[in-house]
Design a protein around this ligand. Structure first.
Ligand code: SAH
Ligand code: SF4
Length: 402
């Protein structure tokens, strides 16, 4: 059996090199070739001994994901649809901005959580991606972009696990993938610039804090349990009080001193002034309790306001990206603004997310909107192997703001 080297973090690659009778330090060289230089073939790795390259050819591979489609938005956003076999496809989206390049990647084919407003949720769960399939999205996007933009330096500065799937329900594959992203010999991304977004898998939030603390975004979407039970079914298992306690615990480890809460604005469902007021009260009730993980002293600089203050967070209001099966409608702009004002007046840092790439269905929750029907994906996998590319020059990008 050949090992897929994209499956391995540096530690794993070192162990693999040992099985080949090679010194562990060779793993660092190999890792740099794969992730920093984007080598796709062992023959490119010219400073590795020929004998090692030969061994690698027989025992290992770099398994890229076949690309089904590539679309580029008017605003420069690029979306790739990758074939992960058996009629399943996952998406990754590159979002260029003046000061950063963000890649949004998928962790599962489909999702078992089944949120009402999410097209991936409506698709149902197919399977977990393995580490190599998560890493392959970044590996491909980074090196593809470097080549096509004729740039030698790093292009992707931020990764958000906000594509298809619930990353904390695929924990064992997620953590090594995060380690590859963070490793200085890999992509060298700062912990503050790698974000795991979760619908609230409480026990795994605690484990992530211990194993690999990165920035955390929590998909809240409702200020009370009955509404959240309805929108995010996982709430029945981990209700708001437990979720917010877990957020407080995570803050003890987080590389940033706040949690980002995502709140998708749904017309007439969760966007009324009383919802905003409930949200303020909820975050006050659960602020600054500092439920610490065992053995971890509370950092003095982490809780300037002391007990009973607002949970340290930023609120990100997301305009709902509609898809037909949801039966839901995007909140009008004036209501989003009124909602934001209540939060801001209460002292909560609140932003309204720009929608990017909505002309190519690359906006939040639209991923896989057109791959919901798995038969159609099968047809497309059979028919579509051609990749079209027309990168729009940066100055021609028209960023659209809601
Ligand atoms: N499963 C994780 C990460 C993937 S979803 C999670 O739920 O956090 C990434 C973000 O997109 C989440 O905040 C999710 O609530 C949001 N989202 C899903 N569907 C959406 C839609 N139709 N419009 C806007 N945002 C959506
Ligand atoms: Fe899954 Fe996140 Fe979509 Fe909910 S919002 S169904 S958790 S991908």
């Amino acid at each position: 059996m050949t090992a897929n080297l994209l499956d391995l973090d540096l530690e794993g690659l070192a162990a693999f090199c040992e099985t080949l009778g090679e010194k562990r330090f060779r793993a660092t060289q190999l890792f740099r070739w794969i992730h920093q230089k984007g080598a796709t073939d062992f023959d490119q790795m010219t400073d590795l001994a020929k004998s090692l390259r030969e061994k690698l050819r027989g025992r290992a591979q770099l398994a890229a994901l076949p690309i089904l489609t590539q679309n580029e938005s008017r605003d420069g956003t690029i979306k790739w649809l990758f074939d992960v076999g058996h009629g399943d496809a996952v998406e990754a989206v590159f979002i260029p901005e003046d000061d950063r390049g963000t890649l949004c990647i998928s962790s599962q084919a489909g999702c078992a959580v089944g949120c009402r407003f999410c097209s991936t949720g409506h698709q149902g769960f197919s399977r977990n991606l393995d580490t190599g399939e998560i890493v392959a999205q970044l590996w491909f996007a980074e090196h593809f972009l470097r080549k096509h933009l004729h740039r030698d330096e790093r292009i992707i500065s931020n990764v958000v696990m906000m594509g298809m799937g619930e990353p904390l329900q695929n924990y064992s594959a997620l953590v090594p993938a995060l380690k590859v992203m963070l490793d200085d010999h890999g992509y060298g991304l700062s912990r503050r610039r790698v974000t795991v977004s979760t619908s609230g898998v409480v026990p795994m939030m605690d484990r992530l804090g211990l194993d690999c603390p990165v920035a955390l975004a929590v998909s809240l979407h409702a200020p009370n349990d009955s509404l959240r039970d309805n929108l995010v079914p996982l709430n029945k298992k981990y209700p708001l009080a437990e979720l917010l306690d877990a957020c407080n615990r995570y803050l003890e480890y987080a590389p940033r001193d706040f949690i980002t809460f995502e709140y998708c604005m749904l017309d007439g469902v969760n966007d009324q002034p009383e919802h905003a007021q409930q949200l303020v009260q909820l975050l006050r009730r659960h602020g600054g309790r500092g439920l610490r993980a065992p053995g971890r002293p509370k950092a003095a600089d982490r809780s300037p306001e002391g007990e009973g203050s607002m949970l340290r967070c930023k609120l990100n209001l997301i305009p709902f990206n509609p898809f037909p099966a949801s039966g839901l409608v995007r909140s009008p702009q004036h209501r989003v603004q009124a909602f934001a004002k209540i939060l801001i007046d209460a002292g909560i840092v609140t932003t309204v997310r720009k929608t990017r790439g909505d002309d190519i269905d690359a906006a939040c929750g639209q991923l896989a909107g057109d791959v919901r029907d798995r038969t159609r994906v099968g047809d497309r996998i059979a028919q579509q192997r051609t990749v079209m590319l027309k990168l729009v020059p940066a100055d021609a990008r028209a960023a659209k703001e809601i």
